[in-house]
Design a protein around this ligand. Structure first.
Ligand SMILES: C[S@@+](CC[C@H](N)C(=O)[O-])C[C@H]1O[C@@H](n2cnc3c(N)ncnc32)[C@H](O)[C@@H]1O
Length: 428
């Protein structure tokens, strides 16, 4: 590992908390407004935060980019504010959700298709026709799998594709709650007791979700401006793939994003049910190594433009060589992301990165400090750093390293986050 030491920045953590950015007053219903309720997603933005960043830092018609769009919070908020939304995500499930959330549909077609599905589901085959694929057998019993598979076969018949996406999105949304996946866990952890005292009824769950989405679809039609409704493909440019594949010729005014954390979520695992069930709908299924922040990722060694980043990797080396390598790789990935962002932005364009600090094996992972050092070397100028309290209800609490279950104790071992930072930098 070779480390260059361009500068030692002032600790970013010295900044004071700005209460107005905590959005403490918002309920879960508020943050799931409009089509933001279509699908759950880990580390999802509060849409009001993305909206405020967009309104304060860009103008009508500007290009807003999110290179890690996830469930598409920034993408939806951008088109709602008459901006052009550009983005990529390596996860095809993220692409499906984002497309569904930002595609207004003719309500009568949605309603007709729902009736079609309803009628088809009356004729469930009496005997199981398909064996559960190995990767799903841990999560579903044969009976539940048969019901879900039959539903999916009917969804496959829906045309056109944009209408089908709406029904697929609802299907993907109910998979976890219809399986033995422990609802409170972000790791693939089985809860054998989940359906001991209640019936697992995926079809009712599915149609309840559709009912909610139908209302939100109509609200979306009434909220989007006619300009966007008539030119959706021009205003919404979302890709599935690595952020480095984003088109070079776009001149962005603003980047609003929350990158993955290092070994916080294994996105490939979290979405494994949807990725397995819906694999026929996706062109490529990424491997764990494709996901930035994954412990399976090996990024080519390179010069890291951060003294603090090098120190963190060195401290972790004493605990685990593999962990040190993973964290170093993550910082290199972030460095590559900042280079790419610099190229994407036009002069005077800004980038807002939402990130927090954490700890692994008792070593502080000061992401903000590392990012600040890299950003300066890449050529960015600090515009504003906002410290925000993460409202308690959204707080990702500490996780048991073995089970992935949330636990209440907050040790210095794998710390939970009580604050995060919005790092706004500009390209001069
Ligand atoms: C913190 S989440 C973003 C959540 C998003 N802000 C939202 O509101 O839903 C980070 C995202 O980065 C994506 N990601 C990980 N590695 C990537 C890569 N190499 N290229 C593009 N996206 C990647 C993950 O799939 C995940 O959706």
């Amino acid at each position: 590992m070779s480390i260059i030491r361009p500068r030692l920045a002032e600790p970013v953590t010295k900044v004071n908390t700005e209460n107005s950015w905590s959005f403490d007053n918002l309920t879960q219903k508020d943050t799931n407004y409009l089509t933001h309720c279509y699908h759950r997603y880990p580390a999802k933005f509060i849409p009001q935060l993305a909206r405020r960043l967009i309104l304060e830092n860009s103008l009508d018609g500007d290009i807003i980019c999110d290179p890690f769009y996830g469930s598409g919070s920034t993408i939806l908020e951008s088109i709602l504010q008459n901006r052009i939304a550009l983005g990529t995500d390596i996860n095809p499930v993220a692409h499906m959700i984002t497309m569904a959330k930002t595609t207004p549909l003719d309500p009568s077609k949605v309603s007709k298709t729902k009736l079609f599905l309803h009628s088809q589901l009356k004729n469930l085959p009496a005997k199981s026709e398909y064996d559960i694929p190995k990767e799903l057998s841990k999560w579903f019993d044969q009976e539940t799998y048969d019901v879900l598979n039959h539903l999916l076969l009917q969804i496959k018949l829906i045309k056109p594709r944009k209408l089908q996406l709406f029904f697929l999105c609802a299907f993907s949304h109910i998979l976890k709650t219809s399986s033995y996946w422990n609802n409170g866990s972000v790791k693939p952890h089985k809860d054998k007791t989940k359906f001991l005292n209640r019936v697992n009824d995926p079809i009712t769950r599915y149609f309840n979700q559709l009912k909610k989405m139908e209302i939100r679809n109509e609200q979306l039609i009434n909220t989007l401006s006619p300009k966007i409704l008539n030119n959706l493909d021009y205003y919404r440019r979302v890709y599935v793939g690595d952020l480095q594949d984003l088109p070079k010729d776009e001149e962005c005014s603003l980047i609003v994003t929350s990158p993955p954390y290092v070994i916080s979520y294994e996105y490939r695992d979290i979405h494994s049910l949807s990725l397995s069930f819906l694999q026929d709908f996706f062109k490529d299924i990424p491997s764990k190594q494709n996901f930035i922040g994954s412990s399976h990722r090996k990024t080519d060694d390179n010069n890291l433009y951060s003294y603090t980043g090098g120190m963190i990797a060195d401290s972790l080396h004493d605990h685990s060589k593999a962990l040190s390598k993973t964290v170093y790789s993550y910082f290199i990935d972030m460095q590559n992301f900042f280079h790419k962002s610099y190229d994407l932005l036009k002069t005077n364009g800004k980038m807002a990165v939402v990130i927090g600090n954490t700890a692994l094996r008792g070593v502080d992972i000061s992401n903000t400090q590392v990012f600040d050092e890299i950003l300066a070397t890449v050529g960015f100028t600090e515009h504003k750093i906002i410290k925000r309290k993460i409202p308690f209800k959204c707080l990702p609490t500490t996780r048991d390293p073995k089970t992935g279950r949330f636990v209440s104790s907050d040790t210095n071992h794998n710390k939970s986050y009580s604050h995060e930072y919005i790092m706004i930098y500009s390209k001069n």
